[in-house]
Design a protein around this ligand. Structure first.
Ligand code: SF4
Length: 326
């Protein structure tokens, strides 16, 4: 099968996804090696800078005030505390520091502190990433001028399935913010969550939306739902592991130069499943013991697995994908 170099269609993406698994993995690994060092993994550290009490109703999220969550709402944490955590993350080997706030959108009064956080993280020699909800034009420029490298804004699922998961904003709201961020010259980090009751076609459509952006996101986090008590998806049926690996491989083939990140859900994955994901082209992980609210394997476990597999953490001054560095 010929792989299109630009625009993907539903049929061509579906054909990739449905390949016999050995062919799919071989193709994904081949594409991966054309653009990245297969033995390097980019490592990011995530810090929640404002937790709980969110006005949105994302059905998977324990931080939504609408999900009857018992998670207490915190205020935006102090800049110095963020920078202390960033320094620790850098000294522990992380190259990117991601800061996440449980907001529908930031308020004007928060922008000064957010700008100081980005500037402080950059001064430590790390890449900076934020996820703050929807942004307006002014906020995008403020963050860009502070030196923000990445903005995370997941599309979560397909356009068709979106309203089954979130009703307080639309899929196109999401795309609008991503376009604004990209137009300002900030790299986009965007992916989704698998195991929310979506069909296989929804997973493919989600990847298609990302792959057909111009350019596709630099970073594509693929999360496996970790059902949280008290959320509408608390009893969601888990995704079958091989299905998850198929989506990783399809993401790698559709977006050859993007970093594909194995995100939430890793603590539920065996070493063998994570290894299959790396073989399928995943080349980025969050390190540390917590994501925003879900567990993540302990950092030490990550490095034990890296040693077993002969993998190395990518250094801050390395960017193995030449296209992505342009
Ligand atoms: S995922 Fe983000 S936007 Fe949605 S409820 Fe949770 S914190 Fe709010």
């Amino acid at each position: 099968m010929k792989i299109p170099s630009s625009e993907w269609t539903r049929d061509s993406a579906q054909a990739v996804h449905d390949l016999p698994l050995m062919d799919l993995l071989f193709r994904a690994q081949t594409v991966h090696r054309e653009h990245f060092d297969p033995n390097k993994i980019q490592t990011s550290k995530l810090l929640s800078i404002k937790t709980g009490g969110c006005a949105e109703d994302c059905a998977y999220c324990s931080q939504s005030a609408r999900n009857g969550s018992t998670l207490p709402a915190s205020k935006l944490i102090e800049v110095q505390r963020v920078l202390t955590e960033a320094r620790k993350a850098r000294d522990g080997g992380a190259t990117r520091f991601c800061m996440g706030a449980a907001w529908r959108e930031p308020k004007a009064r928060d922008m000064g502190a957010l700008v100081a956080m980005v500037e402080g993280v950059k001064a430590l020699g790390m890449e900076s990433c934020m996820t703050l909800g929807m942004l307006d034009d002014t906020q995008v420029v403020q963050l860009r001028d502070a030196g923000l490298d990445y903005y995370n804004h997941n599309i979560d699922t397909s356009e068709r399935y979106y309203s089954e998961v979130i009703t307080t904003r639309t899929f196109s709201d999401r795309i609008d913010t991503m376009n604004r961020v990209q137009d300002a010259g900030i790299k986009v980090c965007s992916g989704g969550i698998l195991g929310m009751g979506e069909h296989t076609g929804d997973r493919i459509d989600m990847l298609l939306t990302l792959a057909n952006m111009t350019p596709p996101p630099d970073s594509v986090p693929i999360n496996m739902l970790m059902p949280q008590a008290d959320t509408p998806l608390a009893d969601a049926k888990p995704i079958e592991p091989i299905e998850f690996v198929r989506v990783i491989a399809t993401a790698r083939i559709l977006m050859p130069t993007s970093y594909v990140r194995l995100s939430a859900g890793r603590s539920e994955m065996s070493d063998e499943m994570q290894t299959m994901c790396f073989l399928a082209g995943a080349n980025s992980i969050f390190v540390g013991d917590t994501l925003l609210t879900a567990e993540n394997p302990e950092e030490d476990n990550d490095y034990v697995l890296f040693a077993k597999l002969g993998l190395q953490a990518e250094q801050a001054d390395e960017q193995t994908c030449t296209e992505a560095a342009e």
